[in-house]
Ligand binder design. Structure first.
Ligand code: PTT
Ligand code: SF4
Length: 604
């Protein structure tokens, strides 16, 4: 089948064995690539293991469109059993490493085992080496990237972890190109647990496609269409920060540990403030709508700002100065910590301090205190020790009623959207396959522009539809979803791109079924790995049910638990899962996952 290198590269860090395996046609047909491949590999190979043990594996997975001359195709999925949640975890990163891996002839790399000493993997086409990483161990991601480029040349692709990943902070992620970040549910910690500091890749081959001429021509047309779109110029100016002001106006800006949805100093932080501070722009490979907005932070260093970062390290911790937010964002990039979880952990500590549940004083918006916590998380000491396993575990340490305002689902901290008055978005967080991430179904803009306060069946259907597209299709292709979402690039292009790349026609119905299959498999993984699984794991945090907003136009609003529960039951019905959220036998069979039934044990 064209469109693929057709090979998995497997690197065992315990015994140094390196092998190259074929990807079966069945695997390609049923799981397409990216998240689909990763979920299948983890289901088959990683069961019942401690996520930070050498038995866990980490999967670097591309899709049939990755690295091709098509809009925003420089993306890859990094997946593993998550040390933050204990379930399936993944993230999507834009990196030259994705493009080079494909050019080197591999669609997927699986890293297993654990090296006795710090190491990194260096891939140059057929040559794959495990090299010593002593000279970069302990260094920041930026310093390490510099050092690796000095050793291997500036054109390599790099995936690297920082000191936080080395110390196995459970929300450590993976950084590339000094500002691209992926793997929120602790993918950096998994690399750290394997003593794997980095992966460097250089591929010089051609990615085999079915009809290259047609693909290039359609790629050119796609890039042209994007540039001509109405929102293109504004997107280039503000990128993901264009949503900040809208969130504040609609009471969904995360504020003071998600207590509120509006921030009185939002104008100091919004997309226009960013425009005023912007010094440069960069982004992922093969993209012509690059959204990495760079500003000088309060310490005069460059940092790349996104909405999530500013939302969580700004209003959520009471920080009202964009350049100070930049300092925390840049430190998170250097240490290799996920900004969303970090902002949630800092907000949690500030609230705990305010309530007298911890001895240390950490005030809202205190930059120096936040810097110290980041350093301490990288060294696992002081307040860093309290939060290095995320807010779920922090709430167990801190006690009191902190469980109610530890803002996570299944252990993954909530991304930057307050849902006191957004039941659909709350459901999207509740049912996301990795914990409270917005990536699978950002239903909030549709919800607010339609019937915001309802708990309707249509809303549930919309969540499922978005999950199919965002979490199923885009995560498997694997390309960036932002052209479609942000500038309205036509979805109809993707089946055409697939046909030119693979030589096979895949209908929209088949693509939706693919999404459903991946969702059912990931859900089965959660259930197999969590013997205490119950439907409450699909609930958003208590705060949104119990404590109404006290400010803004929507003062007094909170979620209704019974009505949320009805939505959840409808969601399960649409998915063909039982009342506990467990995929039914017949659902698995229809999706071609009959072999999964046995793996679900007493639940099967
Ligand atoms: C993603 C999550 C996001 S989502 C953001 S900002 W966003 C945060 N960025 C971080 C950062 O920066 N530094 C840091 N130390 N930690 C960070 N954590 C947070 O990570 C990112 C873009 C963005 S910016 C988004 S929405 C889209 N996400 C996509 C996706 O998930 N899939 C897909 N097919 N396309 C996507 N396109 C967009 O990519 P996680 P990136 Mg990221 C500095 O991976 O784990 O899902 O976390 O990859 O290359 O940085 O691009 O307003
Ligand atoms: Fe990367 Fe932004 Fe381009 Fe998407 S739109 S590929 S996140 S630079």
């Amino acid at each position: 089948m064209k469109g693929y290198g057709g090979r998995i590269l497997r690197v065992n860090l315990s015994d140094g064995k390196i092998s190259k395996e074929e990807i079966s046609d069945e695997m390609r047909r049923k799981f397409l690539g990216g998240r689909g491949f990763a979920a299948k590999i983890l289901w088959d190979e990683v069961g019942g293991v401690d996520p930070l043990s050498e038995d866990n594996k980490i999967v670097f997975s591309t899709g049939p469109l990755t690295g091709l001359p098509l809009p925003s195709s420089g993306k890859m999925v990094i997946a593993s059993k998550s040390p933050l949640t204990g379930g399936y975890g993944d993230g999507n990163i834009g990196s030259m490493a994705a493009v080079h891996l494909r050019r080197a002839g591999y669609d997927v790399m699986i890293v297993e085992g654990r090296s006795e000493t710090p190491c990194y993997i260096a891939i140059q086409d057929e040559e794959v080496k495990i090299l010593g990483a002593r000279e970069i161990w302990g260094r920041t991601t930026f310093e390490s990237q510099d050092r690796l480029e000095a050793n291997h040349g500036k054109t390599i692709g790099v995936l690297v972890i920082g000191p936080a990943g080395e110390k196995m902070a459970r929300f450590a992620n993976v950084i590339s190109q000094r500002g691209r970040a992926g793997g929120r549910p602790g993918m950096g910690a998994v690399m750290g647990s394997k003593n794997l500091k980095a992966v460097v890749v250089k591929g010089t081959g051609k990615i085999p496609v079915f009809n290259e001429k047609k693909l290039r021509e359609m790629g050119r047309k796609g890039y042209g269409e994007i540039k001509g779109k109405e929102n293109y110029d504004f997107w280039i100016r503000q990128g993901t920060m264009q949503v900040f002001e809208w969130c504040n106006e609609n009471s969904c800006l995360p504020t003071l540990n998600f207590r509120e949805g509006t921030f009185q100093f939002s104008k100091r932080l919004d997309g226009y403030a960013l425009e005023g501070a912007k010094v440069d722009r960069k982004g992922c490979p093969l993209c012509n709508m690059q959204c990495g907005n760079i500003i000088k932070d309060a310490e005069n260093r460059n940092v790349e700002m996104d909405y999530e970062n500013v939302g969580m390290l700004g209003p959520n911790i009471g920080m009202d100065d964009l350049r100070k937010v930049g300092v925390l964002n840049r430190m998170a990039d250097e240490y290799g910590l996920d900004t969303i979880s970090l902002g949630s952990c800092l907000g949690f500590l500030m609230e705990a301090s305010e309530r007298g549940l911890i001895y240390e004083r950490i005030a809202w918006g205190d930059l120096d205190a936040c810097k110290k916590v980041i350093e301490d998380t990288g060294k696992r000491r002081g307040l860093g020790e309290t939060i290095y396993e995320g807010v779920r575990m922090a709430s167990q340490r801190v006690g009191g009623n902190s469980r109610d305002w530890a803002m996570h689902v299944k252990g993954l901290e909530v991304s930057a959207y307050n849902c006191h008055a957004c039941p659909g978005m709350a459901l999207s967080f509740g049912t996301s396959p990795i914990g409270a991430h917005h990536k699978d179904a950002w239903v909030i803009s549709w919800e607010i522009s339609t019937d915001r306060f309802s708990y309707s069946k249509e809303k549930v259907e919309k969540v499922v539809e978005l999950q199919r597209l965002r979490g199923g299709l885009f995560e498997s292709l694997t390309t960036c979803r932002l052209p479609w979402i942000e500038v309205d690039f036509g979805l109809h292009w993707y089946p055409k791109y697939l046909e030119a790349a693979m030589g096979e026609e895949i209908s929209q119905g088949e693509l939706f079924e693919l999404g459903d299959r991946i969702y059912a498999l990931i859900r089965s993984y959660w259930i197999r790995e969590n013997r205490s699984w119950n439907r409450e794991m699909d609930y958003p945090p208590s705060r949104w049910f119990e404590e109404p907003l006290s400010k803004g136009d929507l003062k007094g609003y909170k979620l209704d638990r019974a009505r949320y529960d009805e939505m959840l039951s409808r969601y399960y019905e649409i998915r063909g899962w039982d009342e506990n959220g467990i995929p039914k036998r017949e659902t698995l069979e229809v999706l071609g996952l009959g072999d999964v039934v046995g793996g679900l044990g007493k639940h099967g």
